[in-house]
Design a protein around this ligand. Structure first.
Ligand SMILES: [Fe+2]
Length: 344
């Protein structure tokens, strides 16, 4: 008897031999799955674009577009890469399997098809797909929440995206591995999510903050980490969220960490976060010119707050040398450095 789960799952069978396609369709439909069939690779991609299935059974040797190419395109597209692909083929050379796995195929079933094996693989891959979908939904909710923080204040609009872009450019320049760059990008997008808990009147206050108000603003680092913590798949980003206002000299918050307690990713995020805050308008001041931002960053690095090496790498990413040469620093701004840093 078909299960309720089966009734909700859509399966695409991609097979150029009508007899095998009909057999598979019959077998899967009898289990309650909604089955669609495609006779070649191009038709398969049209199906996927129109209505992404939950699972694909894919033949390798087909006219117009091979199964390898279909697999490569589906797994290479972020919107479809989580759809499990089971290669079903008479091809039994090990190299063929290796190539399919290399392109991201999830399972490999040989013809002639064993019904029990095929249904068992089908069930387990659909279970994994369902869990991935739930996880992705939960992550999407958090990233959407982080964007709503920016909607709370016109002054922080686009801040997290810019910080994520700057951080990624800096990480690339430093030659960091892609895994670390991904953690950094996610952490940068989420780093201020705790500002959800800060009242708009405080975020948008034009004058200076009272001690009580500043204490509330500072809580955003801890609250942000608490919001993201339940989602295990984002745990790697927690140090970035909690510690992005820590400073090497121990004068940051919330934990007063210093030196080696701060990972390279945290130090890196701090540099770009400070730069974007300085170079964007705030309720209590206009955006500072690049020369002034550079000057403040370097002064802060020399004072022991930001990592001096990362600051210089970042200034290289911004091509500051060429820009500074073209426009000399307006001295009038330099007196307000300390005040400018107090609310970044
Ligand atoms: Fe922050």
């Amino acid at each position: 008897m078909p299960s309720a789960e089966a009734n909700e799952s859509r399966i695409l069978v991609v097979e150029d031999q009508p007899v095998i396609a009909a057999l598979l369709e019959q077998l899967l439909s009898a289990q309650g799955y909604a089955v669609a069939c495609a006779a070649d690779g191009l038709e398969a991609l049209e199906h996927v674009a129109l209505q992404p299935p939950d699972l694909i059974f894919l033949d390798l040797n087909m006219p117009r577009l091979s199964g390898y190419e279909v697999c490569r395109r589906i797994k290479g597209n972020p919107a479809t890469r989580l759809i499990p692909i089971v290669i079903v083929t008479g091809e039994d050379r090990f190299e063929a399997r290796l190539k399919a796995w290399d392109l991201g195929a999830d399972e490999f079933i040989s013809k002639p098809i064993q019904n029990v094996e095929l249904l068992a693989r089908c069930k387990s891959l659909l279970r994994v797909k369902r869990l991935n979908d739930e996880l992705e939904t939960a992550q999407s909710v958090l990233f959407a929440l982080a964007r709503t923080v920016e909607a709370k204040s016109p002054y922080t609009h686009g801040h997290s995206e810019r910080v994520a872009d700057f951080a990624d450019q800096l990480a690339e320049q430093m030659g960091l591995p892609s895994r670390e760059r991904e953690v950094l990008r996610r952490g940068a997008l989420l780093h201020d999510i705790g500002k959800l808990a800060v009242p708009d009147e405080i975020l948008n206050k034009p004058g200076s903050l009272t001690d009580e108000e500043y204490a509330i603003v500072k809580l955003h680092a801890v609250k942000g980490a608490a919001i993201v913590e339940p989602l295990r798949s984002l745990r790697d980003t927690l140090p970035l969220i909690r510690s992005h206002h820590e400073r090497l000299d121990g004068r940051g918050y919330p934990d007063g960490l210093c030196g080696r307690d701060l990972t390279q990713l945290v130090r890196l995020l701090s540099v770009v976060d400070v730069y974007d805050a300085l170079s964007s308008p705030r309720p209590y001041r206009a955006a500072l010119p690049m020369e002034v931002c550079v000057s403040i960053l370097r002064e802060n690095a020399a004072g022991g707050g930001l990592d001096p090496e990362l600051v210089e790498h970042f200034l290289a990413v911004l091509h500051v040398g060429e820009l500074m040469h073209a426009t000399p620093a307006p001295i009038a701004f330099l007196g307000s450095r300390t005040a400018s840093l107090s609310r970044v």
